[in-house]
Design a protein around this ligand. Structure first.
Ligand code: NAD
Length: 487
């Protein structure tokens, strides 16, 4: 770590972004950098400080030093500062949207309309929640009983690139509101908006050391953070293999973990459903080029409507406008990296080689080149095969059919994941019956992606450990204490 001559600033879409770490309220450069490449055109857009164990040590030390006074602030005072962070996010939402689009290739219109408003909400919502967290005292055999939520200490927060600022702030918001200090390790594929967030927290008056950002790769910056004895909570959002590595690294320190991992969620369509709604929900799964953990990529449709439904989905998906995510009329853009494109294509080609048929797409978009992959729909995949059981994280839907409700449930629950499930039916009794049997942390009935920040969010099986959201976030980011007072 040094104050070196490495570049410290990038101008991205007209916005100046500091490319160094943010440690103890100061910008800190590393001796080396890594190149941040935009997936839109595979052009380099920034040289980012490449952190390692030294930067992690410094950030954890800063967070530990800042913890006692931040934790001692009354919740209402913490909440006031976090609302100012939310105001800063709202004020800079357009800049954040433009930078994030350039950085990870997600649609600018989605960032403007949905993602950045949610980023601000991630602070405002948990600021409001912590002010009302007090649990009324109870009574036990004549004794007065209190439940209190003590801040836990330093929270390490490691997040992926597919919605980098939204996913990071969904943890940073409650962690800070609860009185913890934070060391965040943003994704190396999309590191820029975390740096802008650091500026915003400083402008909002968050004390030095309360929020820290260490940039770098998973192996060099993430690994020392997960193994650090100075962290008290570890929140990780990412893939299952990385989660296994992280769990092993964190185990000797007995650090509580919250894992939000991958999925292979089903979209179950019954013949009694609103046909147009079901078709729209299927086509919606191409959002963010399918790089959505919650995406319902396994379409299970009742036999009797299978052919008409498939035709309608293919027709609607053909109308998807693919291109530069900065254009307002673009519906779907690119994948995050060449390695990821090759991974996605590998799944598709292996599936085709094993007998699956692409009724739409089935390969890269050669007209657009670069990292653009065609919306793809596969049928006739071999039951139990890789394409039906492993997370692709790309614009690839599979369609299978079922004849009975039991069979639908069995197929829906047939993977090692359990993040989400979407059910489309016009029969309210069936909605109750089937939703209760689906193995998923979130079930949507006749809707998709309706998210309540006060509701529990997380996955079953290989989709994660624990729940965050509302009270569940505070259960994780605090040491919940029970005190009993004698009369
Ligand atoms: P990833 O696991 O490769 O990386 C996620 C983060 O972990 C990155 O910041 C990375 O640098 C870091 N990391 C990598 N190796 C590490 C190590 N050894 N120690 C510490 N940190 C390390 O995942 P990804 O490819 O960035 O993201 C895609 C995955 O994330 C998909 O599986 C997707 O389903 C999942 N995801 C889950 C949710 C959810 O809420 N359940 C949300 C979004 C994405």
């Amino acid at each position: 770590m040094s104050a070196s001559t490495t570049p410290s600033l990038a101008t991205v879409e007209g916005v100046d972004v500091d490319t160094r770490h943010w440690i103890n309220g100061e910008r800190v450069a590393s001796a080396t950098t890594f190149t941040d490449v935009s997936p839109i055109d595979e052009q380099p857009i920034a040289e980012i400080s490449a952190g390692g164990a030294a930067e992690v040590d410094a950030a954890v030390a800063a967070a530990r030093a800042a913890f006692p006074s931040w934790a001692a602030l009354p919740a209402a005072e913490r909440a006031t500062i976090l609302r100012r962070v939310a105001d800063g996010i709202d004020a800079r939402a357009e800049e954040l949207a433009r930078v994030e689009t350039r950085d990870n290739g997600s649609l600018l219109r989605s960032h403007r309309r949905g993602v950045m408003p949610r980023v601000g909400m991630n602070f405002r919502f948990f600021a409001d929640w912590v002010e009302n967290l007090d649990h009324p005292d109870g009574e036990i055999r004549g004794h007065r009983e209190r439940v209190s939520y003590d801040p836990a200490g330093v929270a390490a927060i490691i997040t992926p690139w597919n919605a980098p600022l939204m996913l990071a702030t969904w943890r940073i918001g409650p962690a800070l509101a609860a009185g913890n200090t934070v060391v965040a390790k943003p994704p190396e594929w999309a590191p820029l908006t975390a740096s802008l967030l650091a500026d915003i927290t400083a402008e909002a008056g968050l004390p030095a050391g309360v929020f820290n950002v260490v940039q770098g790769t998973g192996a060099e910056a993430g690994a020392p953070l997960t193994a650090h004895p100075g962290i008290n909570r570890l929140s990780f959002t990412g893939s299952v293999p990385t989660a296994g590595t992280i769990a092993t690294a964190a185990a000797p320190n007995i650090v509580p973990l919250s894992f939000e991992l991958g999925g292979k969620s089903p979209l179950v369509v019954f013949a009694d459903s609103d046909f147009d709604l079901a078709v729209s929900l299927a086509v919606e799964q191409f959002d963010n080029s399918g790089q959505v953990c919650l995406g319902a990529f396994r379409i299970l449709v009742e036999d009797s409507i299978r052919d008409t439904f498939l035709d309608a989905v293919v027709e609607r998906a053909r109308a998807i406008v693919q291109g530069d995510p900065r254009h307002e009329d673009t519906d779907m853009s690119c994948l995050i990296s060449r390695a990821h494109l090759e991974r996605v294509d590998g799944f598709v080609q292996r599936a085709k080689g094993a007998g699956a048929k692409a009724v739409l797409g089935g390969g890269p978009n050669d007209d657009l080149g670069h990292l653009y992959y065609r919306p793809t729909i596969l049928v006739d995949a071999e039951p139990g095969s890789e394409i039906l059981t492993e997370e692709v994280f790309g614009p690839v839907l599979t369609v299978q059919s079922f004849t009975t409700e039991d069979q639908a449930v069995e197929m829906a629950n047939s993977t090692r994941f359990g993040l989400a499930a979407t059910l489309v039916t016009g029969d309210p009794e069936r909605a109750e019956r089937v939703s209760s049997r689906l193995n998923a942390g979130t079930v949507w009935v006749n809707c998709f992606f309706v998210r309540d920040l006060g509701a529990p969010f997380g996955g079953n099986g290989k989709s994660g450990i624990g729940r965050e959201g509302g009270t569940w976030s505070f259960d994780f980011y605090t040491d919940v204490k029970n005190t009993v007072f004698a009369p």
